[in-house]
Design a protein around this ligand. Structure first.
Ligand code: AFP
Length: 350
């Protein structure tokens, strides 16, 4: 059955009316992103029938083996955006360096940053995977890496496309977080989840428990308290979930509340964390905050971080306000006992 709702294109064009000086470039860029995601969804759905499963012989700049679908998704994003005239440059988790728009091609004033296929280890097992994207502005015609290194608060748009049992695009342009479901019968994303709000209370957390012995005390304290259940300080029974694809774990959290954490641990100090600031943490933090949640490293609001490099990694903890407040209080107390600096500032946590 076809859902007669607002399409993604219609939604974006309506939003454009808020900006009388808008040229329409941003609307067209979002359309190109949506088309790229539909193409990736089509490849994901065919799976082995289209010979798209399995690993390549290449490693990406993160030292991870690239899957065939990683490469297909990356190529689709590049191809669908490089010659359209809306972006000045792109950066992908799968590419070492900034992708400049080729000479002679029209260029716009947006920087497109993406993780073409997040959760690649789920590809083989037919598990949920997704695409994450973030858009910044620039006035440079030939941007370099330095032009991408803007705080997350400067994002003009962030979103993800979840290739799950249904394909869903969730995005924010700074006026709430909205979800669109792909109707395969008409090939359009339809607004099905307007103004998504993360429940403030929760009894669910998502964390890779295998790293428990490596976490810092504030996170271990939180999880220990949750695990004590009704007899513990939280006085309720918690559930743990871990999909191994941030897009899915965050989508669940936005829909029904929860905490998602890939915190700092003693094996990650050299790297700075596990998840990538520009490709994962910043866009998800923007979506989570716009849905009423909190996103932090434990010590600092993610959206306030000044990026040092394109592929920078950071600790990530985000989710429902009540549990995030406990986690931040734990970090604040720990910081006061150690030489760590606590400077998390956001409207949701004072
Ligand atoms: P890949 O895209 O390389 O599979 O990484 C996925 C991810 O960045 C994020 O989506 C997951 O939450 C996290 O890594 C899973 O990490 P672990 O495998 O250490 O649990």
């Amino acid at each position: 059955m076809t859902h007669f709702g607002v399409t993604l294109s219609q939604y974006i064009m309506e939003e454009q009316r808020r900006y009388p000086d808008a040229t329409g470039n941003f609307t067209l860029l979002l359309n190109d992103i949506a088309v790229s995601c539909k193409m990736i969804a089509a490849a994901v759905q065919k799976g082995q029938l289209a010979n798209v499963l399995g690993a390549t012989e290449n490693e990406n700049c993160q030292g991870e083996t690239q899957q065939i679908l990683d490469v297909i998704a990356n190529d689709l994003f590049i191809k669908n955006n490089a010659k359209r005239g809306h972006v000045a440059a792109m950066a992908s988790e799968e590419m070492d360096d900034v992708y400049p728009i080729p000479d002679g091609q029209p260029r716009g004033n947006y920087l497109l940053i993406f993780d073409p296929l997040d959760g690649s280890s789920n590809i083989e097992i037919n598990g949920p995977i997704g695409t994450i994207f973030s858009i910044l502005k620039t006035d440079k015609k030939h941007p370099t890496e330095a032009d991408f290194l803007q705080e997350g608060v400067k994002q003009v748009c962030a979103g993800y496309c979840l290739y799950g049992s249904a394909t869903m695009m969730v995005l924010t342009i700074g006026h709430g977080t909205h979800g669109f479901t792909l109707d395969p019968s008409i090939g359009e994303f339809i607004l099905t989840h307007p103004d998504m709000k993360i429940p403030e209370t929760t009894a669910e957390y998502a964390i890779n428990q295998a790293n428990r012995n490596l976490w810092e005390p504030p996170v271990r304290q939180y999880v220990d308290d949750c695990d004590l259940g009704v007899g513990g300080p939280r006085k309720k029974k918690y559930t743990m979930r871990w999909v191994g694809a941030m897009v899915m774990d965050i989508h669940r959290l936005i829909q029904r509340g929860g905490v998602f954490a890939y915190p700092m641990d003693s094996s990650l100090t050299q790297k700075g964390g596990r998840l990538r600031l520009m490709y994962e943490a910043n866009p998800m933090a923007f979506l989570v905050e716009q849905a009423g949640g909190i996103a932090t490293t434990g010590y600092e609001r993610i959206l306030n971080l000044t990026p040092q490099k394109l592929h920078q990694r950071v600790p990530v903890i985000m989710g429902s306000k009540e549990d995030m407040t406990i986690l931040l209080d734990n970090h604040k107390a720990y910081a006061s006992e150690t030489d760590k600096e606590f400077k998390h500032q956001c409207p949701q946590y004072q």
